[in-house]
Write a protein that binds this ligand. Structure first.
Ligand SMILES: [Zn+2]
Length: 317
């Protein structure tokens, strides 16, 4: 599943191609990729978020999405945590800021691919958007998603404190640790005041966004914290170290193009990232810990797995 570094690589890849581009046409090939899109006038919650939609609901969503996006001008893409969005410019002579965004949930296997207009289709393309950029000419922006946990949506932007705005669907999540307005003190308090395990806390998007299974395991390994150590048993210094290592692992993963562990994450050109070679704990069950040589343990964690070194990461109470 794409986490912060992967989504940031996609955002940075899209930026030069989509900023200032106009949407010429939109083709929804599979309305299931609009499961988080709510047509105008339809209350949220109708139709649900499942992987199936009735044929009528699907057609209605596709028509609404195509109509509302066609002809709009895209502005610079933004990200918070794993959420990626492109605000739509308002044609009022610059009097009003954007109030709507094209929001992309990448889910497990969603990809945003930039292609030449005559390029052969990638597999699993669900929504195709033709754009025209003043400098780069016409391009195709394809949303591909093999497993259909992701979706595109048009969503209203809502203001955030102290600056900026965010799609309503993402308004509940905390800023991510690469955001200059991230609340360090709030993070430290949130970690140290809770009795749940450190890994669960790192995965709680209300405390810090952008962290998934891979970067949680890597951060805990670097900080020498056991995944089940209660937040309340982490010292102030330990919590500061967690945040430091989280930023460090994100930064390194970004510079290596992200982690393509399950071969489902690729950048906008369809290329994999290299950070999977730099993983110390995640996916390394049974292999020697790079620090002490003890076999890395892999244990079940909420339907997935946790990977940690039983020697370097002792459970604290
Ligand atoms: Zn170790």
């Amino acid at each position: 599943m794409p986490e912060l570094p992967e989504v940031e690589v996609v955002r940075a890849g899209l930026a030069p191609a989509v900023t200032g581009a106009r949407v010429l046409a939109v083709e929804v090939m599979d309305p299931r990729a609009l499961k988080r899109h709510t047509p105008l006038g339809e209350g949220p919650g109708l139709g649900g978020h499942g992987r199936t939609l009735s044929e009528e609901t699907g057609r209605g969503r596709a028509a609404d999405f195509e109509r509302r996006l066609t002809g709009r001008t895209l502005t610079a893409p933004l990200r918070r945590g794993k959420f990626l969005w492109i605000p739509l410019a308002v044609d009022t002579g610059g009097l009003a800021g954007p109030d709507t965004a094209l929001l992309a949930h990448l889910g497990m296997s969603g990809q945003m691919l930039l292609r030449a207009t005559d390029a052969v289709d990638d597999r699993h393309v669900r929504i195709r958007t033709w754009i025209e950029h003043p400098d780069h000419g016409e391009l195709r922006l394809d949303f591909s998603d093999q497993r259909l946990f992701g979706s595109l949506a048009l969503d209203a932007l809502t203001p955030t404190s102290p600056v900026g705005s965010i799609p309503a669907q993402a308004a509940h999540i905390a800023r991510d640790p690469l955001d200059p307005h991230f609340d360090d003190a709030g993070f430290l308090t949130a970690i140290r005041s809770r009795s749940v395990g450190a890994k669960k806390l790192l995965l709680d998007q209300r405390i810090v966004s952008g962290v998934g299974n891979i970067y949680a395991d890597e951060t805990l390994w670097r900080a020498r914290v056991h995944p089940d150590t209660p937040g309340s048993a982490v010292s102030q210094r330990g919590a500061v170290a967690l945040l430091h290592h989280l930023r460090e692992v994100f930064g390194q993963a970004l510079s290596e193009g992200g982690t393509s562990f399950d071969e489902q994450y690729v950048n906008v050109n369809g290329q994999a990232g290299y950070f999977s070679h730099s993983l110390n704990a995640y996916g390394r069950g049974g292999e020697a810990c790079p620090r002490c040589g003890t076999a890395i343990k892999r244990v079940p964690f909420g339907g997935r797995s946790s990977h940690y070194c039983p020697r370097c990461q002792r459970l604290a109470r």
